[in-house]
Design a protein around this ligand. Structure first.
Ligand code: PLP
Length: 349
């Protein structure tokens, strides 16, 4: 059996769109794509009269090095959000197939599934937000094509152990794809699940430059998987997913100066996270601060709504996560600069 047997048959058969850029590049006079021959006005848009490379090799190479994979194991798109959408469209037949999620978790898995008219099966996390493996495996039906795990999880901040991920991967072999979303892993001590891809061809790992790499505005996310899965995703990707200025921003972020800046900011966030964890826990009206491996803390309050409004009056916007199961009294607070964090503490107490 091939892992592609899990994909939608019509996607496997699909003749992909062939863009002008894919059919020919490298000439001196480019008259094949109906582009303008003139550069646009503005420094930020230099070169933007031309369509960009669909998957620019220098960026692929830099990301492959960063993540320790081959370029053939990497699809780069407009954030992990696009990768989630493409996975659902490649694997889930509308009205027939399903995905499994573990609430409370990131909202886009269910939204993308519903847009595709795939069923969303919920296997909630345990009370302490750890993965409930028997519940998860019990939720697997023949219709399930994708299982999403988020580690560290948004909005709880808790990581899933490598052993647990491997156990789920083994149980799903031949049945469903396992998608491990590591949007926040740079802030944790956990090893990445990327190393498991060689042994589990149905494993997909999502990484992003949006959080630790300070590039949420550039929309650069990676889908890392076996070359077969990557080739399938490239069949359905938009013709030119990566805008030229965004590729330049990503390359700068991945330069040695960019890497040094990212490392230093990650260190600051981890330090501040510890400080905020201890300081918030001592404030009156705080019921609990959930331990977090990410760049945010979920905090339970006696009056979460009141604290939310008080922060807003002070000009501080946090995320109200009270709609999530098991977080009915919680706010999610991102770790900011030391000055911003001090203002949060001052405004709550
Ligand atoms: C922020 C976030 C993302 C989105 O990442 P983009 O690359 O910006 O699309 C993905 N997964 C989780 C869990 C997130 O919190």
């Amino acid at each position: 059996m091939s892992v592609l047997d899990l994909a939608r048959p019509e996607i496997r058969m699909l003749e992909p769109y062939s863009s002008a850029r894919m059919e020919a590049s490298g000439g001196q006079i480019m008259l094949n794509a109906n582009e303008s021959a003139w550069e646009p006005v503005g420094e930020a848009s230099a070169g933007c009269n031309r369509y960009p490379e669909p998957q620019p090799q220098p960026l692929l190479q830099a990301l492959a090095e960063l993540y320790g994979v081959q370029r053939e194991q990497l699809f780069v798109g407009r954030g992990s959000d696009e990768a989630i959408d493409l996975l659902v469209r490649a694997f889930c037949r509308a009205g027939e197939d399903a995905v499994v999620i573990q609430p409370p978790t990131f909202g886009m898995y269910a939204v993308c599934a519903r847009i595709q008219n795939a069923a969303v099966i919920e296997a909630p996390l345990a009370q302490d937000f750890s993965l409930d493996i028997p519940a998860l495996l019990g939720a697997i039906t023949p219709a399930v094509k994708l299982v999403f795990l988020c580690t560290p999880n948004n909005p709880s901040g808790k990581s899933i152990s490598r052993a647990a991920i491997e156990q789920v991967a083994q149980a799903l072999a031949g049945k469903a794809m396992l998608v491990v979303d590591e949007a926040y892993i740079e802030f944790s001590d956990q090893p990445s699940a990327i190393e498991l891809i060689g042994r589990h061809e149905h494993l997909v790992v999502l990484r992003t430059l949006s959080k630790a790499w300070a590039l949420a505005g550039a929309r650069i996310g990676s889908l890392i998987a076996s070359p077969e899965v990557i080739a399938l995703i490239r069949r359905i990707m938009p013709p030119y997913p990566l805008p030229l200025p965004c590729v330049a921003a990503a390359q700068a972020a991945l330069s040695s100066a960019g890497q040094a800046a990212a490392r230093s900011h990650i260190d600051t966030v981890r330090e501040q996270r510890g400080l905020m964890y201890r300081s918030l826990a001592e404030l009156p009206g705080v019921r609990e601060v959930l331990p977090s491996d990410a760049n945010f803390l979920a905090v339970r309050f006696d009056d979460a709504g009141g604290v939310y409004r008080r922060l807003l009056e002070a000009g501080i916007v946090v995320r109200d996560v009270r709609k999530y199961p098991n977080l009915r009294d919680a706010l999610r607070i991102t770790i900011g600069t030391p000055e911003e964090n001090a203002r949060v503490l001052g405004s709550i107490s």
